[in-house]
Design a protein around this ligand. Structure first.
Ligand SMILES: Cc1cc2nc3c(=O)[nH]c(=O)nc-3n(C[C@H](O)[C@H](O)[C@H](O)COP(=O)(O)O)c2cc1C
Length: 152
């Protein structure tokens, strides 16, 4: 089984969020589960097609997901449509002020793909807090544990 993280991490803080998701997932992953991070500018439909669940991560810029994550969807959408129905996914957003526009956009695109939101979105809003790392670690751990237990 494979859990895929597609996260844009252009700053120190967003890098540590992605690392926290990976660490959380790896903390519960047994031998049968591989956890991979592919950055969105490098990710393609095949990465998702070979995965059993996906976690998306992005900063919010100008009221929307990062251009990098949007580029991934632009290039991959039709390669995924009708081939990834009910794929379990989760996401986190690092938002300096808001996060609403990014949340709405991700839910809309992934809804179009008929993916299943497996966990409530983690919106890391406002001034940086180390608690964001705990939330992201838990997101990774919960997704990995759910996959391994066959409940996603
Ligand atoms: C050009 C630009 C636009 C931004 N637009 C938004 C925005 O619309 N909503 C928001 O919540 N934060 C916005 N931010 C703040 C970013 O979300 C934040 O800088 C980013 O997540 C990185 O956070 P970090 O400094 O903790 O790494 C913007 C930042 C930049 C540089």
């Amino acid at each position: 089984m494979q859990l895929l993280l597609i996260a844009h991490d252009p700053s120190n803080n967003t890098r540590t969020l992605a690392e926290a998701v990976l660490a959380g997932a790896e903390s519960v992953a047994a031998q049968g589960l591989t956890v991979r991070h592919v950055r969105p500018l490098k990710a393609c439909a095949d990465d998702v097609l070979s995965s059993d669940a996906v976690i998306l991560g992005t900063p919010e810029n100008l009221g929307y997901m990062s251009g990098a994550l949007k580029d991934f969807f632009d290039r991959s959408y039709y390669g995924l449509l009708d081939h990834t129905d009910a794929l379990p996914f989760a996401f986190y957003v690092r938002a300096g002020q808001d996060g609403t526009g990014t949340r709405r956009a991700i839910e809309s695109i992934c809804g179009g793909l008929k993916w299943n939101l497996a966990q409530p979105p983690v919106i890391c809003r406002g001034e940086w807090q180390d608690a964001f790392l705990d939330q992201c670690r838990e997101l990774g751990a919960t997704m990995a544990a759910g996959l391994e237990a066959g409940v996603l």
